[in-house]
Design a protein around this ligand. Sequence first.
Ligand code: CDV
Length: 317
Amino acid sequence: MGIRKFKLAAVQIGGIQRATPKEETVQRLCKLLNESADNGATLAVFPELSLTSFFPRWLIEDQEEIDSFFEKGDISKGVVKPLFDAAKERGCGFVLGYAELTDDGHRFNTCVLVDNQGQVVQKYRKAHLPGYVEPTEGIKWQQLEKKYFEYGDLGFPAFRPNKEWIDGIMGMLICNDRRWPEAWRVYALQGMEICFNGYNTTADGTALFNKVENKEVRMYHSDLSTKSNAYCNSCFAVSVAKCGVEDDQELIAGSLIVDPNGLVIAQAKTEGDEILYADIDLDETISGKQKMFDFSRHRRPELYGRLVSQKGAIPIE
Ligand code: CDV
């Protein structure tokens, strides 16, 4: 058995403005990774769309500008290379969210897990895209993820990185995915022991619901999704925000690290760059997986057919 205990850093970052050059942002992320490593972390988790402002809030018509938000081809080369170099140099891997443009022209809201050797171990593409394809009239901020991205096509692939670094079963989700228990359960059915989720969640909700939602309620929903799914799947969960004011729009903070009981180990206190640390022992997932949530003894898949045969609710008469 390899390394089951390690120090994790959840790296919350404050807003990234539209005008900020990516090189500058990558330097900021490198500094935060170095600080995480200085404090003994061997894995740093960054949020969704960590390289740019949350551009789906705007209807952008200029294709060149749209393209400027995306990373084309191999993420380990080009503008993000210094972060890969830092990971290798410091022996501290990372999870990073970014907008991906594939060589054959597909666009996804993506994240990668990079190990302590600076190698990409796994890629995940956001499955549950919120928002709309078309802009909504009369509102200041849009939610156009369905316009700029395709639905993730990789499913929910659990993975094991190299054992000499961390010997565990991992999964990744992106922002809205955390609200969908099905995604967590598909991972948990592959034995997932820790789940990483980066988010960019707006503090009011106008773009989705055409009404202002209470910020505290939105924070509560974000926490609840992470805690309840960690408990019901007996895994650690790490949810990390890009937060604060970004181009005039407020994003919630509240990044947190949760244990397999759904209890909070660490939670952010600020609405800007802030690193949370936790000593993770993956063996803490075993008890829940062997008792309350021993799937092989207690699940009743023969009764769950609707979960995969039906999409929307069909209310009974
Ligand atoms: N970036 C996101 O996926 N945001 C959604 C909002 C739009 C509901 C979220 O789940 O936080």
